[in-house]
Write a new protein. Sequence first.
Length: 327
Amino acid sequence: MFFFITWKSFSQNERRVAFDLDTNYVKSFYNDLIVRVYSANRNNFVHFNDVAEDLDLKYLPNDYFDLGAGLNYKWFGINIGTKIGELSDDDDQYGKTSSFGLQSYLYARKFTVDVMAMKTRGYYLKLENAPAEETILQHEYYKRRDVRTRNIGVNLNYLMNHRRFSYKAAFKQNELQKKSAGSVIFGGGFYLLTVDADSAFVPRGISSNYFVGWRELDAFKCYTINGNLEYAYSWVPLKNWIATGAYRLSLGMQKNIWHFDDVGKDRQIKLCRSGMIRLSGGHHFPGFYLGVSYVRYQQNSVMRMNSFKVLNGTNFTEFTISKRIKL
């Protein structure tokens, strides 16, 4: 709520909104009420990669779709959802995942703010690029209720072509992109990741040829500060249609701290990179909007001369039906 309320200091009347827009490219519905129903899926993944032997340990959550409703009016927006139980009853197969926190993407006229504060517990393991005889049981998922992650991060970015390009049109539907346009976007932020477990991340069933020197790793922490460079483009092939794509490259400094069972801690400071992809598409029908959006964030941590890699990130997918009500 704090982040939503702060936008009030930048709130605009209809004349101000028109001044900030090139109305040949963007139409504002600032004074209209947008109500929506949606189904969304979000998850937080952790991958451990043996670069030398090309083996990935992919720890994935037993995620689910939720069903919810929301609204946008002027500077305020909120979504409230709940788990769809009948589509998520697979705890026996994949284990149980519990998650709590905030993952929000805020779109203002000139700025975007990405906010994350999540705590997740419970993952299952998916193996790739390993011979069958050297893996753990092939027909039963390796469930790790003890694996825990914490993600905290904020990114603030400025849209250079904010008069002609609208992120709101692509993701919030309280504006309409009338013509194709794009924008260079830049900014910065920080990110904190912690991953820990009651025992080593590398299962005992994995051959001793893999993850040499990392087999006792049971906790990892990463502090990152970065600058962002992004380009976004909305394509309007026909009236009331929109397809938006964006890619962000982030470069910065990273401090890694890892803990080995019965050995102690080790540290490393180095350059790092991460990335984000945003995709959205939909159509404004006479009475409503129908669309889908997808956001993926990935943080890379490559340690000790590229011998070991930790990849962490989030996926967010949303299907939306919204209605604009003129007040």
